[in-house]
Ligand binder design. Structure first.
Ligand SMILES: C[C@@]1(CC(=O)O)C2=NC(=C\c3[nH]c(c(CCC(=O)O)c3CC(=O)O)Cc3[nH]c(c(CC(=O)O)c3CCC(=O)O)/C=C3\N/C(=C\2)[C@@H](CCC(=O)O)[C@]3(C)CC(=O)O)/[C@H]1CCC(=O)O
Ligand SMILES: NC(=O)c1ccc[n+]([C@@H]2O[C@H](COP(=O)([O-])OP(=O)(O)OC[C@H]3O[C@@H](n4cnc5c(N)ncnc54)[C@H](O)[C@@H]3O)[C@@H](O)[C@H]2O)c1
Length: 213
């Protein structure tokens, strides 16, 4: 079977529907909110956190059982009820309508799986086992947390800022690549971690010198 195609989605303002209001639905909702999706959730009963998010206006909670019209305008759907047959029926409806679907109890019928994610600002490492062991994905993510510290996030932020500067210059692609290579091969990461701000500035200047001098 083909492996899953990994992508990073921009969910800002996208309509995401969750069917069900248990612990799994709560975890999916928290994740979607963090990524600024527009979250609508249909379920007669919900976990306390979901009710609180609804009170705060963060989640639109429809307090009843799922109805077909709930799918209208959905970009993606997470199906998380405790009734397998219902989950399957909603999955089929999503398929018919071309809506991306994640059925939390039915991996073979998911269009996509949610990975375990280690995030440091813009840097994200997503771990997937293609559904074979979510627990191992989470354990590996925790182990990576010790290796990929906060400094990686700061480093990537700096690289991003400098890359914009270089892109706005009139350097050709060879010169640009030379600068990016110098920045990436430097000891900037170690200097950031050690809090040596002056040395960080010094090193950046050195790496950028072929252009600025
Ligand atoms: C990564 C994470 C993201 C998230 O959900 O946010 C995630 N599951 C997490 C935790 C977790 N899930 C489960 C346990 C209990 C231990 C265990 O069963 O192993 C734990 C561990 C815990 O609770 O600590 C149970 C479980 N999960 C699925 C089923 C159905 C089945 O397998 O049939 C069952 C059985 C239910 C039952 O037995 O009835 C299915 C899926 N879970 C996935 C993702 C997708 C595949 C990801 C991959 O590629 O590996 C997939 C396919 C669909 C999806 O949900 O997208 C998140 C960790 C976040 C983190 O901590 O970093
Ligand atoms: N993918 C994962 O990460 C993962 C992890 C653990 C469990 N699971 C599976 O996910 C499923 C849900 O787990 P849970 O612990 O959140 O269950 P739960 O029993 O806590 O919650 C089920 C929710 O579904 C709602 N519901 C029931 N009928 C409904 C309907 N007709 N319309 C709308 N909502 C309805 C209920 O009100 C309840 O809020 C289980 O089948 C479980 O095996 C998946």
């Amino acid at each position: 079977m083909a492996h899953l195609y990994p992508i990073f989605l921009n969910l800002v303002g996208k309509n995401c529907l969750i069917v069900g209001g248990g612990q799994v639905a709560e975890r999916k909702a928290a994740n979607l909110l963090e990524h600024e999706a527009r979250v609508r959730l249909v379920s007669p009963r919900v976990e306390n956190n979901i009710a609180a998010w609804a009170d705060e206006g963060l989640v639109e909670w429809i307090p009843r059982e799922f109805q077909v019209q709930d799918l209208m305008g959905a970009f993606m759907v997470f199906i998380a009820t405790d009734t397998g047959q219902l989950n399957q029926m909603i999955t089929e409806l999503c398929r018919e309508q071309g809506i991306l679907v994640n059925a939390v109890d039915d991996p073979p019928n998911c269009d996509f799986y949610v990975p375990s994610v280690l995030r440091r600002n813009s840097l994200a490492l997503a771990v997937s086992t293609e559904g074979k062991s979510p627990l191992y994905a989470a354990r590996l993510r925790r182990e990576l947390e010790d290796i990929i510290g906060w400094e990686h996030g700061e480093y990537v932020d700096i690289l991003g800022r400098l890359r914009e500067e270089v892109k706005a210059s009139d350097l050709d692609i060879t010169q640009r690549r030379e600068i990016f290579s110098r920045l990436v091969d430097s000891d900037l990461l170690e200097l950031i971690k050690a809090g040596q701000d002056e040395k960080v500035e010094e090193r950046i200047k050195e790496c950028m010198s072929s252009w600025r001098d």
